[in-house]
Design a protein. Structure first.
Length: 215
């Protein structure tokens, strides 16, 4: 499917004005073939009564990113689209800062498209370090790493099931864990890896069900 170059950042952001994406403050930061990036600043109006980020806020960001990605990859002659199915999995939450979304196509057809989106909290290291000193008046260029680094985190082994790793990461509020085999780090499992695995499993299950129903 050909990328439609007329769908620029300015076009996408202008499209949101006066609609839900603009109302809640979604900003698009990147658009290219096979990828859309957007972000959203967290504010009190987007928080649920329980004090955490409302799930609908995350879904709005993800669905909008996927939808605008669909617009930018519509086949020749097509002008609009609508969402016909949406599934989500939540592995963590935030209460402040900025959340960012990356959306990528899993299938680009002539009549249907399937998009996957991952929403995470935006990297705020640069912003937090800017002009920040510790209690002793030292800046980031004066503080040794051992004084601020986290202790060695829990790890998983290659035989650990994805579901078990996801539960551990959710309980410990971790975004990634090291995969260790015989005292040697062999990889890193991230929230994005888990979401991708769930999306792939969903697509494979759909294809299997469709094939099974064929006469």
């Amino acid at each position: 499917m050909t990328f439609r170059a007329d769908q620029s950042l300015d076009t996408l952001n202008a499209r949101s004005n006066g609609r839900l994406p603009g109302l809640i403050g979604i900003r698009f930061t990147r658009i290219e073939e096979g990828k859309v990036a957007a972000e959203l600043d967290i504010r009190p109006e987007l928080i649920a009564p329980n004090g955490y980020l409302h799930a609908a806020t995350v879904i709005a960001l993800a669905d909008t990113a996927c939808g605008y990605g669909c617009l930018a990859h519509l086949p020749i002659g097509a002008t609009l689209f609508t969402t016909i199915e949406l599934k989500s999995n939540f592995l963590g939450t935030v209460t402040e800062g900025t959340i960012a979304c990356i959306a990528r196509p899993a299938h680009l057809g002539n009549s249907t498209q399937v998009w996957d989106a991952v929403v995470t909290n935006q990297d705020v290291i640069a912003a937090s370090l800017k002009g920040r000193n510790d209690d002793c008046g030292r800046g980031p260029d004066q503080i040794p790493i051992p004084e601020v680094m986290s202790p060695w985190p829990p790890v998983v082994d290659p035989e650990t099931l994805v579901a078990d790793a996801a539960r551990m990461m959710s309980y410990l509020d971790m975004k990634r864990v090291f995969v260790v085999d015989q005292d040697r780090v062999v990889g890193v499992l991230s929230q994005t890896d888990i979401v991708d695995a769930l999306a792939t499993a969903r697509l494979e299950a759909t294809v299997w069900a469709e094939n099974r129903s064929d006469p």
